[in-house]
Structures are given as C-alpha cells and as structure tokens.
Design a protein around this ligand. Structure first.
Ligand code: NAD
Ligand code: ZN
Length: 247
C-alpha cells in the first residue's frame, strides 16, 4: 500500500474533512453491515435497523443492539481512530487550519480516541431515547437491564438513539456536514460503502466544491472512480504506515 501521497495531502491540507463509515472500526473488531460477519444470527442489518422492525419486534431489535453494545464496550480505538485525533490536534495549531470529522458510526470509538470536532450523522448507540416522548439519556451500562428498557417519564419503550434506515438525519447535523464538505480542500473518505443516502452525497458535494477527494477502502466502491486518490487497503494499516507531523 503506497501512502506517500496521502501523507503529502494531509500535511498540506488547510481545511480537512474526514468522513468515516463502519470500515474504520472493522480492525477494532466491530463488524460492518455489508461485509463478512455482517450477519447477526440469520438477520441482515437492513432488516433490524428500521422503525418497522422495532414496531414488529422490539425485543429482537434490542437484543441485537445489546449484542453490539457489548462488542463495542469490549473494543478499543485502532490506529486510524488515533491518527485522526492526532491530525486534528496538529491542524488546530495552524492559524488557518480547520478539521471536521463526520462519522456514520454510532460506536463512539472516535470520541474515545480523542476526536473533538465530530458530527454524529447517524446518532450514538449509547444514547437511549423514548419512542413516544422527548425523554433521552446516555447510558453506557453493559448489559442493559431491563431489555427492552422503559421510559421513566411515560412508560413507553426506549429505543437506541441512532438513525435507522428510512429515517431523516438530524437537520442541524446535516447542515453542519454539508458546510464542512463545501469548505474542505481535502475530503478523506474511510471505510464506507457509500450506499447509504443522503450521507453518501457528501463526498460528491466536496468534490464539486473543489476538494481533493481521497478514499481508503480495501474494496472499490461507488466513489472510487470519482476519487483523486484511491488507497486500496485497511484503514488502521494505512495510518500505521504514515508519519503525522503537521507543522
Ligand atoms: P457498510 O457496512 O455499508 O460498509 C463498510 C465499508 O467498509 C465497505 O465498503 C468495506 O469495504 C469497508 N471496509 C471493511 N473493512 C475495512 C477496513 N479495515 N478499513 C477500511 N474500510 C473497510 O458501512 P457504512 O458505509 O458505514 O454504512 C452502513 C451504516 O451502518 C452506517 O449508517 C453506520 O451507521 C452503520 N454501522 C455502524 C457501525 C459502527 O458504528 N461501528 C458498524 C456497522 C454499521
Ligand atoms: Zn417517554
């Protein structure tokens, strides 16, 4: 894997926007939705991460989330998460430097690695929110009791604080993400199949506004032909091989 061109782009970036998907956490042991080990029991993610699935069988959906919470709880950020946090602090030393991390991940590993300016486009698996009222709380307990959890305010079911397939993105976060994409001179996409819209529009938007588009993924995706630089490889391996000294 040749990562010299990536190193040069990161070194020269003034406004860097990074967009991550499930692939950035794969080397931490968190399964992606569409890759190997993407199935839980015999179910596909697309059949569990929906409002309809929750309505039909909240217990089943919660068992899947409980399993994922446990996996994440036992996982650690990898070299890619850590490098992104370092790049952010290095860029913040530059007077005109700007860094935004937009993630589709709900696992919190970027935050645990120290990333600060982060947009959680698809929510946060550690947040529980009521399916009926405005109640929400952060709860990192593993295992969760009871399952499914109940709203203390109205006794309805609590649901995971994530965005399910078919649901709109939080509008303020989407606005912030589009602004960051438009302002970027380098837009780095890591570990996303770029199939989930509207999130997958962001790289195209950045490119239309003049950003250099870089992609890191072991497989080619719908974005790869649009990318100015495609690094075929795993995220943590790619970052482990580059030196980050931004002056
Ligand atoms: P996806 O499962 O559709 O695609 C994963 C992508 O990562 C694939 O293109 C794959 O080739 C690539 N990949 C696999 N291993 C990699 C590695 N080591 N380094 C770099 N790339 C690697 O995931 P998606 O595009 O993020 O979209 C699915 C949705 O699933 C998102 O909305 C996200 O919220 C959710 N999700 C989140 C998590 C998490 O929080 N860790 C995990 C699974 C799914
Ligand atoms: Zn409630």
């Amino acid at each position: 894997m040749d990562t010299r061109a990536l190193e040069v782009s990161l070194l020269n970036a003034k406004s860097l926007c990074v967009f991550t998907g499930a692939g950035v956490s794969q080397e931490s042991g968190i399964p992606t939705f569409r890759g190997e080990n993407g199935l839980w029991k015999q179910f596909r993610a697309e059949d569990l991460a929906t409002p309809e699935a929750f309505e039909r069988n909240p217990q089943l959906v919660w068992e899947w989330y409980a399993w994922r919470r446990e996996l994440i709880h036992n996982a650690q950020p990898n070299a890619a998460h850590r490098a992104l946090a370092q790049i952010e602090s290095a860029l913040s030393m530059k007077s005109d430097g700007r860094f935004t991390l937009i993630t589709q991940n709900v696992d919190g590993l970027h935050q645990r690695a120290g990333s600060q300016n982060i947009i959680l486009l698809h929510g946060d698996i550690w947040v529980l929110r009521c399916s009926a009222c405005d109640f929400q709380r952060r709860d990192e307990s593993v295992p969760l009791h009871p399952l499914p959890p109940i709203c203390p305010a109205c006794r309805s079911l609590l649901r995971p604080g994530v965005v399910w397939f078919g649901e709109p993105l939080p509008s303020a976060d989407w606005t912030d993400a589009t602004h960051a994409a438009e302002a970027a001179d380098v837009f780095l996409v890591i570990g996303t199949s770029a199939l989930v819209y509207p999130a997958a529009h962001l790289p195209q938007l950045a490119k239309q506004h003049g950003a250099q588009l870089i992609e890191i993924n072991p497989e080619r995706t719908a974005l790869s032909s649009l990318a100015d630089l495609f690094i075929q490889g795993k995220a943590a391996e790619a970052f482990a091989s580059i030196q980050i000294h931004i002056e």
